[in-house]
Design a protein around this ligand. Structure first.
Ligand code: VGL
Ligand code: ZN
Length: 190
């Protein structure tokens, strides 16, 4: 599939950050295994001349999603800290479009489209078909894919480029089902 990338496509890499990888503050099991898969997609996207977008969770130190503010998560992805940096092996080029989310201390954004202007930006670039991978399958990837469908993109989840946190067993599988029901294509594409 990635050999067929063409004008009108884009690649969206969701939250491949140190804190979501093994050793990080909110580690997704095997989260780092998405990196080589996504690097191959990034290379193919560059060869096809299509946009590469990378979202990142970019929280203030007192963000409402953190457990010390009675939120659901341990403190993670505090902006400008090593935990919020992209995984060091992720081969983002200088012209990658970086989208930061979760920046408001009192509001969380799971979706890369939430409060970021990303949909308008992609429409402006003529993007119609979107390939999505990254972390976590059952949290921010799920929310991003649902919003992408809602915004009218022909949305393809690269399943083997995602991993779930699975806070409750089965969350990953339920997320796949929700994305499929919203109209996304779920694909395993090396
Ligand atoms: C995420 C939990 C909290 C994610 C972000 O990127 O999937 N998960 N914040
Ligand atoms: Zn977060």
């Amino acid at each position: 599939m990635k050999d067929k990338l063409k004008t009108g496509d884009a690649l969206l890499v969701v939250d491949v950050q140190n804190d979501f990888c093994p050793g990080g503050a909110l580690a997704v099991p095997d989260g780092d295994t998405v990196v080589p898969v996504l690097n191959a997609w990034i290379e193919a996207a560059q060869a096809a001349g299509i946009p590469v977008i990378a979202s990142r969770d970019w929280h203030p130190a007192d963000h409402c999603s953190f457990d010390d503010r009675d939120g659901p998560w341990p403190r993670h992805c505090v902006r400008e800290t090593p935990g919020a940096a992209f995984h060091p092996d992720l081969d983002l080029a200088d012209d990658a479009i970086i989208v930061s989310k979760g920046r408001d201390r009192d509001r969380d954004n799971y979706s890369a489209f939430d409060d970021t202007g990303l949909a308008d930006r992609l429409h402006g670039l003529g993007v119609q078909r979107l390939f999505v991978g990254g972390l976590a399958q059952d949290v921010c990837v799920r929310a991003t894919v649902l919003d992408a469908c809602e915004a009218g993109f022909d949305t393809h989840l690269i399943r083997n480029a995602t991993r779930a946190v699975d806070v409750s067993p089965g969350d990953g599988d339920r997320a796949l089902e929700a994305m499929r029901a919203a109209g996304a294509w779920i694909e395993d594409t090396a």
